[in-house]
Unconditional design. Sequence first.
Length: 243
Amino acid sequence: MGMRSKLAVEWSAEAIAKNGGSFWTFTLPKALDLNEQMRIWTKFSERITKLNAKTGQEQFSGLKVMEWHPGQDGEGSHGVHWHVVCPTSYKISVILPIWLACGGGRIGVYRIVPDEVYKSIAAKLARRGETPKTIMPTSKVGYVAKYLSRKKQPPCFRLHRVRVWSVIGKAARAAATRVKDIQCKSTWGDSWAFVARTVEGFSNKGWWWRVEAVRRWHTSSNFVEWIIGTNCHHFRREDTIPF
């Protein structure tokens, strides 16, 4: 998963939980076929949406990130976990029965509180020799971005082009950061943008031709002469000096 996606997830999680909220983990009782696991979540989403519409309750909303739970030594796998960072709290007495009816397993819930509140609660518990177990500071919710790492994802995610994260519900979507809104600046990126504006027909050239053109501009290696001399030539990969 690209850097922009990881940043979008991290920033979205922090923005959604800025004023507190809840952190949910939905698990399965056992590992199932990937398509079946995805159907369970889809069924849950449909049922919770219908319930909200029927009762007039606030729509279940948040940043959803998938995690593969491999177990230890290939045993004890529960398949997919879904982590959801929500901007508000929901009754687990309402959510859990629906999740179980759809084929889900256990649910874990943390209350998200501002950092100052968390520190105050943690200090009081520390005096009794205890640690916070059901609350989480806002600054920690961005850690869900680590699940976007390739090392955290099984090959089947990439094979089936699974959408590892998404934003659900209007409340969360309003606070989320979109990938297309993030621009990464670098000297190579600036060089690419300049060559794309300068060389006519740049976007119609082959990939390795474009890489070589930008490399020559980036390193001042006879850029103009090379463009003129190879204007109609498309490099094969083995002919090109990659960046």
